[in-house]
Design a protein around this ligand. Structure first.
Ligand code: ADP
Ligand code: MG
Length: 345
């Protein structure tokens, strides 16, 4: 008998999820939305919904303990899950933490990990309510589930963007990727000569963006105060290009994204150039900034205009007009996602 074997990289991460889950349908009346957004949406009352999101962090794939202190890892693991709840315009309330850990870690190391988890729980106001612990043959695996709550009417899906809506990004982009380049460079120097101490001087901001990203709970609160409900939203975990395309695909729209409008911190730009990288490319194709990308209707523009934490970077068009990136010379280039794809490593 011929055994059929299809390699994972034929499908890619999103193709694999689609392939494995496309035959599932949801049957519970309470399941408002299953697979396909930053979090699942489950009805809990006439007006409120529960949001659930889960993410893995695997040593060697998502983090490298040579430069990622365990305390930071604990913080980041919580922040990235809280970020998924924010991306639905929800408020995070609980997390569960599951870990598989090898004997190379002493108790003290795991205490550090949990110190980071606790700092994040306090920062984001979430309760640790459970999890699971098991042995692993190699390294550390963490899986965190975040649970949140939202007013059902105010949930922001990836699928709600409409033609002429404005595309907005929170904070600044590309820093986490450039920070990773700095850490990788210092790792190589250290491996070549362990007596040389890492030189991270002047790179604090971008290294921090990589090691200790913040979930933008504050942006969700701002939007609430300003009485703005985004028409669609996603968090920027895989790079701006990939996330814009997710919104376009789910909303069945096109877009124009403007190079000159992408918010990039001066330190990110300077260091990117040091590495011969184009800063905009770092924002588009790097990842892990954990900022929010959302669309608002033009009628809400006056409410957020001038806010230093939110930058308009483009607008939504008809699907027939395609998804384009307009560079500094005004040339429109078809937008492509070249974000992380773990199966291609
Ligand atoms: P995110 O980037 O927000 O973590 P993913 O791209 O990992 O989202 O996942 C996309 C969607 O697919 C989400 O709704 C997620 O819950 C779902 N998903 C991912 N992996 C699986 C799986 N193995 N089985 C079922 N659903 C999955
Ligand atoms: Mg995921």
């Amino acid at each position: 008998m011929d055994e059929k074997r299809t390699e994972l990289d034929r499908l890619g991460e999103f193709g694999l999820i689609d392939h494995l889950t496309s035959k599932f349908t949801t049957k519970q009346a309470s399941t408002t939305l299953g697979i396909g957004d930053d979090a699942a949406v489950i009805r809990i009352s006439d007006t409120e919904s529960m949001l659930v999101s889960t993410d893995f962090l695997i040593e060697g794939v998502h983090f490298n303990l040579m430069y990622m202190p365990l305390k930071h890892l604990g913080f980041k693991a919580v922040a990235v899950n809280v970020s998924d709840i924010c991306a639905m315009n929800g408020k995070p309330e609980q997390i569960t933490v599951s870990m598989a850990v090898s004997s190379k870690f002493p108790v003290e190391a795991l205490e550090e990990l949990y110190e980071g988890i606790q700092i994040a729980c306090e920062a984001y106001g979430v309760d640790l309510v459970g999890g699971d612990t098991t042995a692993s043959y190699s390294g550390l695996t963490l899986s965190i589930t975040a649970i949140g709550r939202a007013e059902t009417e105010k949930i922001a899906y990836r699928s709600g963007a409409k033609e002429n809506d404005l595309l907005i990004a929170s904070g600044d982009l590309g820093g986490a990727y450039v920070g990773l380049q700095v850490l990788e460079r210092e790792k190589q120097v250290f491996q070549a000569n362990p007596n040389i101490q890492p030189d991270l001087d002047g790179h604090d901001y971008i290294v921090q963006r990589q090691l200790k990203p913040e979930a933008r709970v504050d942006i969700i609160e701002y939007l609430k105060e300003l009485d703005v409900v985004p028409t669609s939203m996603i968090d920027i975990s895989d790079g701006l290009a990939s996330e814009v395309l997710h919104i376009c695909k789910a909303s069945k729209v096109g877009c124009r994204l403007y190079d000159e409008k992408i918010p990039i911190d001066g330190k990110t730009s300077m260091t990117a150039i040091e590495f011969n990288l184009d800063p905009a490319t770092c924002a588009l194709n790097g990842g892990e900034d954990y900022e929010l990308l959302f669309t608002i209707s033009q009628s809400d523009w006056d409410k957020i205009k001038g806010n230093p934490h939110m930058t308009p970077i483009g607008h939504i068009t008809d699907v027939a007009d395609g998804a384009y990136f307009v560079d500094k010379n005004g040339s429109a280039i078809e937008l492509r996602a070249q974000g992380w794809d773990h199966f291609e490593q």
